[in-house]
Design a protein around this ligand. Sequence first.
Ligand code: UT7
Length: 336
Amino acid sequence: MSIAASTGTPSATRIYARIAGTGSYLPEKILTNAELSTIVDTSDEWIASRTGIRQRHVAAEGETTGDLAYHASVRALEAAGVDAAEIDLIVLGTTTPDLIFPSTACLLQHRLGANGCAAFDVNAACSGFVFALAVADKFIASGAAKTVLVVGAETLTRMVDWTERTTCVLFGDGAGAVVLKADTETGILSTHLHADGGKKELLWNPVGVSVGFKENAPNAGVRINMAGSDVFKYAVKALDSVVEETLEANGLDRHDIDWLIPHQANLRIIEATAKRLDMPMERVVVTVDRHGNTSSGSVPLALDEAVRSGRVQRGQLVLLEAFGGGFTWGSALLRY
Ligand code: UT7
């Protein structure tokens, strides 16, 4: 399928992007806090009390972001009852693509057998899935696409420095996906995206194609750097503000939200947002304990888990939010 040419014809009926199916995938290998404490000077007690993380999944040698994205996408397509040939567009959030180019979305498209549809990656670090979802929502709302596959997939452990305890305990690998379908009834109600490039050095990987690439080949210097407590404080404030913005844009009270599905970086950040919404933790989907921070993978992984376990039900109001390097942050409010 393909993207329709924009006609510019105004439509009386609003078109929503509705989640028709979700899927996710985690690599088989699990790395526990106890195992990590044999590699670096850390402990299960420190990691669990400061972050809520107990374990994370790590991609096998040779297993790529594209592989994780593929398995998550197959499950999402199955759940939606959609054939790959019906996809008009693939938008994939990642900061750990298989290759510099082609995009992981293009590699995924071919593997799914959806050749011909538009496909591209979005790099918004840990906010990648929320940004990709917002882009897909606009394509559907404008009438340019009817069926969109949105993916968040990462192998962040590939750029973790396993000797650096302040960062290596935080991250894991994983992917999640949703199939969006055009619907006149209900779906994504609004999305809100923000960035502040002035905070680059608080959370970054300082190597790219045109900066330090050859000097650092093959791997030295390619690593995540983070000023943890500065990021923590900024994240809490930014998420508070985007949650307020979302409620205000939709004329809603904080008590109207049925489920909060936050980015899974740190349980303490998640609890702060839940408190702001006056939301009991039973209404907050938490996976950080088992997955760690899977960056773009975290929100769709949590969403899929909540849908498959029967917690998130059709008709409920669901708030997704994320924060990541850039800085980038954003939210999506949807009626599932
Ligand atoms: O997904 C993108 C967005 N990312 C985030 O939102 C992450 C935000 N930041 C955080 O989640 C937290 O800041 C961290 C979990 C990264 C760190 O927690 P913290 O409570 O801010 O700890 P800290 O960095 O202030 O470090 C406290 C102490 C330090 O020791 P001293 O200087 O007080 O003696 C660290 O050296 O904890 C030490 N420390 C560790 N100890 C044992 C740092 N990492 C570890 C470790 N094991 N892994």
